[in-house]
Write a protein that binds this ligand. Sequence first.
Ligand code: ZN
Length: 412
Amino acid sequence: MDSWTGHEVPRLPGTGQPLALFDSARRAVLSTAPGEAATMYVCGITPYDATHLGHAATMITFDLVQRVWRDAGHRVTYVQNVTDIDDPLLERANRDGEDWVVLAMRETALFREDMEALRMIPPAHYVGAVESIPAIVEKVVTLVDGGAAYRLPDDSGDVYFDVAAAPRFGYESNLSREQMLAFFAERGGDPERAGKRDPLDPLLWRGAREGEPAWAGGPLGPGRPGWHIECASIALDLLGDSIDVQGGGNDLLFPHHECSAAHAERLTGVAPFARHYVHAGMIGLDGEKMSKSKGNLVFVSRLRADRVDPMALRLALVADHYRADRQWTDDLLKTAEQRLARWRAAAAARAGRSGAELLAGVRGRLADDLDTPGALALLDEWADSALAGAGEDASAPALMSTLADALLGVRL
Ligand code: ZN
């Protein structure tokens, strides 16, 4: 499916630093060390609702990964999916008496607009679940034939992955079995489903149901794919047996990413599936996580309609570290708007302190697990001094503007 239109990313003098990121599996900040080609897979939206600030914060995190890699000279191949068939989409379409296809198309289109407004570098491949079904079926069949998956002993046609076929299961999330069971139940799993070998076994293929869309599944029979195998399949087909970064919000760590990795590793025999599992924090409102169930979503499109500058939105969402669960407040946005105005004024100054030093400083902060608060502090300091008339580097204001665009995606 089509991605969105990108903006040109300006080139900066010299080369950026190697990017270190926190890996959820090894629980440490470690160098990503990709080769000349860097690969990243980020879990995209299920398009039953508009892009909220939690999605935007996650997407900005991985946009920064891409920017820092590119600045360090890597050729980045970035894949993002859109889960354009799954239970939440059908539930919402049923609730609103709407065709699920129309709903998915409309919300995906809105997501693309939001991404473009936020100046996100588009993925090389933007891939839907529906268009990937034949490839997913092939992999589920391979898992069944290899003894890693089984059909439930009822007439549902449902096929599950056997977690016993993944001896390292749990290495990514580092959770106890009790914690896994709790998250599994909370986040779309079905531990109580009768006939499963292990309560944690995830769904690979859902047999056709009355009133639900279904696709040909060859030997699996008609049905539709599970979510974890969808991402594993798309990533393997487009990026190879192992990737540099698998990314998403921290609510995807378990079961989604753990299961995707287990599927992929069983299919390829290559472990780990991702050399870094990277997770962005949640955005909350009034002390609660922003989520559809709480009904407290703040939508990017709503803020855009209220004439909020998308660049201020970006700055607000990187004011704190990407891994922190954090709160959205009016003050956060107001501070970001003031910062943006100050930076824009400073970019138009006659001169400033050394642009080369500023660039080296910002590169250093971002390379260290995307320390955006540190990078913003350096830019604030530089801007304040330029506005106060300090510094003699006449090329610094232009360089400051270029680096804000290239490294932070903030156009001044
Ligand atoms: Zn995913």
